[in-house]
Design a protein around this ligand. Structure first.
Ligand SMILES: Cc1cc2nc3c(=O)[nH]c(=O)nc-3n(C[C@H](O)[C@H](O)[C@H](O)COP(=O)(O)OP(=O)(O)OC[C@H]3O[C@@H](n4cnc5c(N)ncnc54)[C@H](O)[C@@H]3O)c2cc1C
Length: 379
């Protein structure tokens, strides 16, 4: 007789971990991850940025609802601060200098609650923060002080540790390979054995659609998009306290990362779900962008990687019970903001799974969970 759980969560990234944590032991839970380590895919490859700006209204509200948790996590959740101040320089070349000023005016007039306002800088002031910015390229710049580094691994492990303390089991090297319905349960075949669950949470990231197909659900058009990053050494400079830099339309961005500079060409290529790796052309673009707007010469790429950012067609998360298949709950499509919104996303999913009221922080931020219903993209 296979083991029985109230809830089986498929996917051991930040999304699956956050809902396992937010269930707070109210249900028996098993979290299943196909890889031998948690956070191996998108979660382990992010730029680890938190910002309340430059998102759609809905994502901004999800981020706002997550802010308090990340700034003041519960007692014992993590040994380190989950957010560390970084700051962000938004830059433009001559062609986009006027556009940057419009973005600045908009951001200044719409300062998120609790965030300091953006500040227009001269090129010299920007160079005080990052001396190798090239004034021949950068013609306008403003500073966003409300940009933070997220301690992603600590956040992930905090969710998992607290979920386990509340009775959840986690299984790695446990790929779900098939599912069949028996009475009011699902029987899941996994590469580490069979188990039974009343409800299955599909938190499989880039694999959400193919995982749902195992349960007989039609795909929702949740598409993984590859994003590339490279890491380069910056000799002669201590970059550790320098800000992140974003081209004003996010054509590219770079930020200090473990003593080097991480650079992304902000690519967004739709792909099949897979263990993503970078393409040579995207690596070359990343190096080109850094060389273009700084006085640095990129002669060697120390490291490169890619990860999947997964979106539904309207770029909003999909959170809720399937309207087509009994006992299947969607928790996917968290795109390029899944780390920084994970506290609220996990809480919303847990409330819907257990039928309790939405937490006060979610409603206070003006988040409307109905917007995430799978029915909006189910055919
Ligand atoms: C380069 C890059 C930069 C980013 N920057 C940021 C950022 O600065 N800030 C931010 O908030 N977000 C950022 N993101 C986005 C963020 O990383 C994602 O939104 C988030 O990690 C998604 O988490 P997830 O748990 O949904 O997916 P994943 O972390 O991919 O987890 C899904 C898991 O499901 C597992 N799985 C799939 N199929 C099965 C199966 N059949 N059985 C068992 N397990 C299965 C997979 O192995 C995987 O581990 C970035 C992403 C990338 C790639």
């Amino acid at each position: 007789m296979p083991e029985i759980f109230d809830i089986a969560i498929i996917g051991g990234g930040i999304t699956g971990a956050s809902v396992a944590h937010s269930l707070h032991g109210r249900r028996s839970v098993v979290l299943l991850e196909q890889e031998d380590s948690l956070g191996y895919h998108a979660t382990g490859r992010s730029a680890a940025e938190f910002t309340r700006r430059f998102h759609s209204g809905v994502v901004g509200r999800l981020t706002q609802a997550s802010t308090d948790f990340l700034m003041r996590p519960p007692e014992g959740f993590a040994q380190v601060d989950l957010l560390r101040p970084r700051g962000n320089l938004l830059i433009a070349d001559a062609d986009k200098a006027d556009h940057l000023k419009m973005v600045y005016d908009h951001e200044r007039a719409n300062t998120p609650k609790g965030a300091p306002p953006v500040e227009m800088l001269s090129i010299e002031q920007a160079q005080e923060k990052m001396p190798f910015l090239d004034p021949n390229w950068i013609k306008a710049v403003f500073y966003d002080p409300d940009c933070w580094d997220v301690e992603v691994e600590n956040l992930l492990q905090g969710y998992i540790r607290q979920a386990r303390a509340n009775g959840a089991e986690t299984r790695q090297s446990a790929a779900v390979t098939s599912a069949r319905r028996e009475g009011d349960h699902w029987i899941l075949e996994t590469t580490s054995g069979e188990l039974r669950a009343q409800t299955v949470v599909n938190a499989a990231g880039g694999w959400a659609d193919p995982v749902a197909a195992m349960f007989g659900a039609a795909p929702l058009g949740i598409v993984p998009h590859r994003r590339t990053a490279i890491s380069v050494k910056v000799p002669d400079y201590d970059v550790s306290m320098m800000p992140e830099v974003n081209e004003i339309d996010e054509l590219f961005y770079f930020k200090p990362d473990a003593g080097q500079m991480m650079v992304s060409p902000a690519d967004e290529t739709p792909v099949e779900p897979h263990d993503a790796w970078p393409e040579e052309l995207d690596i070359a673009y990343a190096a080109h962008y850094l060389s273009e707007c700084t006085t640095l010469e990129v002669t060697h790429v120390a490291h490169s990687w890619a990860g999947l950012r997964t979106f539904a067609s309207d770029r909003l998360p999909v959170i809720g019970f399937s309207g087509q298949v009994a006992g299947l709950f969607w928790l996917a499509g968290v795109g390029g903001y899944g780390i920084q919104t994970s506290p609220a996303v996990g809480q919303i999913a847990a409330a819907l799974l257990t039928g309790v009221d939405m937490p006060a922080n979610v409603t206070a931020a003006g988040v409307e969970p109905e917007l995430f219903a799978p029915s909006r993209v189910e055919s």
